[in-house]
Design a binder for this molecule. Structure first.
Ligand code: PGA
Length: 248
């Protein structure tokens, strides 16, 4: 694993955008895995600017998102479809049909999970997967206790995740209780992973990810076994890690 320690959220966002841009330009990746949440917002803002500055052609690129709530219409402001459109897709010249998210509003969500697996497979898998990390160590919506061999499926959200995500809804009771998420096995199959973390409230999860025992109770710990993992995290998120890391 490569760990890049930066001063703050802004620096994490810029470094993260640069990392993805480098993959887009020099490795000519075809499939980019995307994440939602507060953490990557700054990255998307920087990345869309850089893509447009460089007039990068994205006609060949497909994106696949990690997850989506079940039961929210795609145009609900809290849906991840809406999030992605609003912060990234509407600013860049990517064909809409190349942007894939699970449909949490499908008539048959079990069938939708199988369909999403086929989409990823037909694209040849994910070249670079962007990840955040939950306070409880979740990745995607793979909550503590998720099997390491899990694939795209319906999951119940942990109470701490409902709490953390309530800020995007008018009240906690409006947060959907279930989601479709790629599984940990899907995430581990990505050829490269970029994980971002910012803030003191992520420090325990980040310490476990870097220095903890690998355990399904803290799903992100499995990433220790990934051959191409890059972590870009700020000083606060890395504040509990014991090994010495210089800030770049
Ligand atoms: P956050 O969520 O970026 O909103 O903190 C991260 C995650 O749950 O993966």
């Amino acid at each position: 694993m490569e760990i890049i320690k930066v001063a703050n959220y802004e620096a994490m966002s810029v470094q993260g955008a640069h990392h993805i841009l480098t993959h887009l330009i020099t490795k000519q990746i075809n499939v980019l895995g995307l994440a939602t949440g507060g953490t990557p917002e700054g990255l998307y803002r920087t990345l869309r600017e850089k893509i447009n500055e460089k007039a990068l052609s994205l006609n060949h690129l497909h994106t696949v998102n990690l997850d989506e709530y079940i039961g929210l219409p795609a145009d609900s402001p809290a849906s991840y479809h809406h999030y992605m459109h609003d912060i990234f897709f509407k600013y860049i010249a990517i064909p809409t049909e190349n942007t894939h998210l699970p449909n949490g509003n499908a008539p048959d969500v079990v069938e939708e999970c199988a369909h999403y697996e086929k989409v990823i497979e037909s694209l040849g898998g994910v070249d670079l997967q962007l990840l955040g990390i939950g306070h409880n160590g979740h990745i995607g919506f793979n909550e503590p206790g998720s099997p390491f061999n899990g694939r795209t499926r319906i999951v119940d959200l942990a109470p701490s995740t409902i709490e953390a995500n309530a800020r995007y809804f008018s009240s906690k009771k409006d947060v959907p209780r279930q989601a479709i998420t790629m599984g940990i096995e899907n995430i581990m199959e990505s050829r490269h992973i970029l994980l971002l973390a910012s803030g003191k409230e992520k420090a325990d999860a980040v310490k476990a990810l870097i220095e903890g025992n690998v355990s399904e109770e803290i799903p992100a710990t499995i990433l220790q076994h990934h051959p191409n993992l890059t972590i870009i995290a700020d000083e606060a998120a890395l504040s509990s890690v014991t090994r010495a890391l210089p800030t770049i």
